[in-house]
Design a protein around this ligand. Sequence first.
Ligand SMILES: [Zn+2]
Length: 259
Amino acid sequence: MDNREKEIRDQICEVGRRVWLKGWVASNDGNISMKLDDRFIITTPTGVSKGFMSPDMLVKIDMDGNVREGYMRPSSESKIHIEAYRQRDDIGSVLHAHPPVCTGYAVANIPLDFLTLPEIIISLGSIPLAEYGTPSTTELSDSIQELVKCHDALLLANHGAMTLGKDVMQAYYKMESVEHFAAISLTAHQLGGMKPISTPNVKKLEDIREHFGIKIGGSACLNCGDCTDTESCEMSTKAEYEDIITEITTKIMKELENQ
Ligand SMILES: [Zn+2]
């Protein structure tokens, strides 16, 4: 085993401990993986607490999910990790857990796409909700297929959350942000409701995203602040329509003036 593989195994165990200490998993829940290279992935085993893993317990699998090395069975959720790696060349690690607050949003089927915190708008954009799929089946990997293309953090309906990063620590920090955001959103909700950041101010945050070259995360909608896709937003078509009407009206008014 080379130094890189040893380092990856150590990092996965360290993140497993943190995830367990944070209370983001109960019993044997959750799974963590990292790409070793283009062919192999190091993943957590099934049936163990992620808080008590040793590097030798991790399993090396290939991109089709076959075990290549290890004495334990790989996580039953390896399919969603492999799907994420298939869709994104730029990510090297996937973390899946059930942090209680963001999983509460997932169970309530509410995506975390509120335009309320500058750090989240800049770093993650919106956190969408993937449709429910039976765990460990292809239903779940199918449900994330489209969303992982443009998001580093997703809620899985009635299940939990997943984050993607260049390495294990990055995926871990993103999960930390998701859970923190969910807790803050819930508190704001209990205090009478969230007040979204105004559209011109969201635009400034979008400019910062652009400056940092952050493309992933989509932009939360600039037209309504409710949906996550400015392009296909109903309000957007309405706004365009209104622009055309204004343009035509101005033209007619000018023509009338010239007569
Ligand atoms: Zn799960």
